[in-house]
Design a protein around this ligand. Sequence first.
Ligand SMILES: [Zn+2]
Length: 276
Amino acid sequence: MTSPTSHHPSAPTPTPTPTVLPLPIRLPPVTVHLTHHPGTTLFSKSIPIPTDLLLTLSLRAIALIYPAASSTTLPPLASISLHVRPFEGIAHTTHSHTTCTDTPPPSDAIPPSGTITSEIHLSSTYIQSVHATNASDVKATTHEILGVLLHELTHVWQCYVAAPAPHWIVEGVADYVRLRGGLAARHWRRGVGGNWADGYERSGYFLDWCEGKWEGLVGELTRRPAEETVRGWTGVEVGVLWERYQAWLEEEGGEAAGVSVPTHGVEVPMPTHEPA
Ligand SMILES: [Zn+2]
């Protein structure tokens, strides 16, 4: 992993964190459903064996958000399905139970082990537009598909079943995983400005900086997604941390942050994650 002080703040991607899991983890079965569309054809060219990819990216997400994971501590997922089909937007993730909300359900509403089915919907329309925007660069298209899927798989494995989950933590952690997983979007910039609660890459870069100084913070935030967790782990209020991070960016000569581009097209609450 690259230290947050050792690379230029505008660099979009630090060295990927290796996938290291302490124990064998039993993953649920995955299925892939492809709807006939030019973007789906591009998807199949980029990702010939998508079921294997979903498992590989799942392990990458789990390693980053559950650093001491065992199968008994992971969300009780019964299955993961990926649906590649045309729709406006980029992607979203849903779960079969209303357990991944910003408001915690009563504890007796938590389903028993292995009963949550999770669906990722990826827009083939978006894949087609990425391909066109990048002058038919297959590598660029593949990179973006992998990054979006890693973001969505992070939501699959976050699957908050017993705790409130502030939007900026949900989305910031998902883009943190893209960043540490070596799959940051090529348009991302670690820029000065904004707010820690903006979510997406802005919060993702902030969490990357925090994790470099207080290792284990993101794992703790995944277990207890609240601003109090930041204070408890670092001893500093999140607003103060943000000011320190901004000062570091300016010292490093960081450029002004651009407009944050959310993976889902618009900022929406879990669990529906529906884009506009
Ligand atoms: Zn998201």
